[in-house]
Design a protein around this ligand. Structure first.
Ligand SMILES: [Zn+2]
Ligand SMILES: [Zn+2]
Length: 535
């Protein structure tokens, strides 16, 4: 059993625990463990067999027991029991229809049903009122929702990394291509679709229905199906004859406005063919938001990135050492990596004191000696205190080669105060880049009340760059803000904010977000060699 398979089982366990209304902390602990195992390099199954699972940080005794059971027997008994109790397809359909998971489980128990089909039958037979707590009003609401069941409904804002992972898992066994919002790297994804080319659609549709990720299928026609995941997320499958694959791919990828402006689309086996037949230049998926028929600029590409300027290590809340992170950066073809651990004011996790910063310098120097000509930069992610001062003394900051300034606490300050505070930090002579400039957490926390236009102005005067943070819950700056920043004349930095080796792969998301903001390589600081970046 490889790490990916173990992580998937833990994720299912977490989902079912959540759905069964278990203690939210235990569900979260399993999710964290799944993420940890996904990002661990060594084969976790071996560690478990050797009784060393708890050396992985965040794996407690309870989870270790489940892991042992999984590796030794290939299953987790309680997970199978939960699957029996919770009936994932009933819960998936319920969530899709807007019924909470617990309610769906209650309905199932009260009616003695286990599947989505049985729910539909029971509803049609007028049995919903037998469920305690369901009166005529709720019944008619549910019946109405069931009647509209096959109308495509948005997925309600799935984060990009999860949406892309889900679509990849669904597309791969079908030989399909992931499309929909995630192909445009939207920060919050509502339309999830995959497109398959096949002359005979039947086997593809059948395979789609039997995927573990798809718990129930809402509707199915000759060449199309809508399935739902256990979390109630709808996924669309389009099967098309090979000679029209490009056409349907364009249709399933662009925003409705973008596609409508190109219709009627000519038939072609690939997207290039569609654009050729339309007589317009090819448009990268990231730009297919607003209607656009012109020649796009040469957008920055992942291969042009020469280094990552924001990564954490075990010195703060990362899971890998300086050397491990540097080796991983070398493996990604980079020339440099800035180690930017936290400072004490960050609060929730360990932050580096001036003394720590100097001790870390020795470790970085040793890594540099070993790994030359690769360069590990002495950096920091320094908190901006509420009054605009930085969280380390000026002389310590002056020693560093790359200083990121970050707002972590005090996100709710008034606009005037937040702006004043950030402007003051941007004026600091050591600061090179503002991290996650708006502080948003997608779907969870709005942008800080920061006057971005003013911040752009000051950053331009001071030669400070703005980060495009590649963590999926952040993607900050957003594509729209990247566009505004570039119009204001700023430089941006594509960074991962990696807290693990695999976290370095978030560069894909950062670069895609910059592309959504029409960024070309000359505007992205870390496409340059190091001697042009250091000052
Ligand atoms: Zn941060
Ligand atoms: Zn960070």
């Amino acid at each position: 059993m490889d790490n990916k398979a173990i992580a998937e089982r833990l994720d299912s366990f977490a989902t079912l625990l959540e759905l069964a209304g278990a203690n939210p902390y235990s569900a979260r602990a399993y999710r964290r463990a799944a993420e940890l195992i996904r990002t661990t390099q060594a084969p976790v199954a071996d560690l478990i067999r050797a009784g060393r699972a708890r050396e992985l940080r965040g794996i407690g005794r309870g989870i270790e027991g489940r892991l042992k059971e999984l590796v030794e027997t290939g299953k987790i008994a309680e997970l199978e029991e939960l699957e029996r109790q919770v009936s994932p397809d009933l819960v998936g359909l319920g969530l899709y229809l807007g019924i909470g998971a617990r309610r769906a489980v209650q309905i199932g128990e009260a009616l003695g049903i286990r599947t989505a089909d049985e729910l539909r039958e029971a509803a049609a037979a007028g049995r919903l009122k037998e469920v305690p707590g369901i009166g005529p009003a709720t019944e008619s609401k549910l019946l109405a929702a069931l009647a509209r069941e096959d109308e495509p409904r948005p997925a309600r804002g799935m984060l990009l990394h999860r949406a892309r992972r889900l679509l990849a898992e669904i597309a791969e066994p079908l030989g399909a291509i992931p499309a929909g919002d995630p192909r445009r790297y939207k920060d919050s994804n509502d339309r999830l679709a995959v497109v398959a080319g096949a002359d005979d659609p039947l086997p593809v549709l059948d395979a789609f229905e039997s995927l573990p990720q798809i718990v129930t299928v809402l509707d199915r026609s000759e060449r199309r199906a809508h399935g739902v995941t256990v979390e109630g997320v709808p996924v669309e499958l389009v099967v098309v004859a090979g000679e029209r694959l490009g056409t349907e791919l364009v249709r399933a990828t662009g925003s409705p406005e973008y596609v409508a402006a190109l219709e009627p689309l000519p038939d072609a086996p690939d997207e290039q063919g569609v654009y050729r037949a339309l007589g317009i230049p090819f448009c990268p998926p990231e730009l297919r938001e607003e209607p656009f028929r012109c020649e796009p600029p040469p957008l920055v590409e992942l291969a042009q990135i020469r280094g990552d300027l924001h990564a954490h290590t075990t010195w703060s809340d990362g899971t890998a050492t300086v050397e491990q992170m540097a080796l991983a950066a070398i493996a990604r073809g980079y020339e440099y990596l800035a180690i930017c651990d936290h400072t004490p004011a960050v609060g929730a996790v360990r932050g580096l004191t001036p003394d720590d910063v100097r001790r870390q310098a020795d470790e970085i120097a040793a890594a540099n000696e070993q790994l030359a000509p690769f360069r590990v930069l002495r950096g920091i992610e320094c908190d901006i205190l509420p009054d605009g001062r930085l969280d380390l003394p000026d002389d310590v900051l002056a020693e560093l080669e790359w200083v990121q300034a970050s707002v972590h606490g005090g996100q709710r300050l008034k606009r005037s105060e937040q702006t004043k505070r950030v402007v003051e930090a941007l004026r600091h002579p050591s600061v090179r880049c503002l991290s996650h400039p708006t502080g948003r957490l997608i779907g969870r926390r709005p942008e800080n009340a920061l006057d971005l236009e003013r911040a752009f102005e000051v950053a331009l005067e001071e030669g400070v760059a703005f980060e495009v943070n590649g963590l999926a819950p952040r993607l900050d700056l957003s594509g729209e803000h990247v566009r505004e920043a570039l119009k204001a004349g700023l430089q941006i930095v594509c960074s991962t904010d990696a807290h693990s080796i695999l976290g370095l792969d978030n560069m894909v998301l950062s670069v895609a977000t910059a592309r959504r903001g029409w960024a070309t390589a000359d505007r992205v600081l870390n496409t340059r060699p190091l001697d042009e970046i250091l000052r």
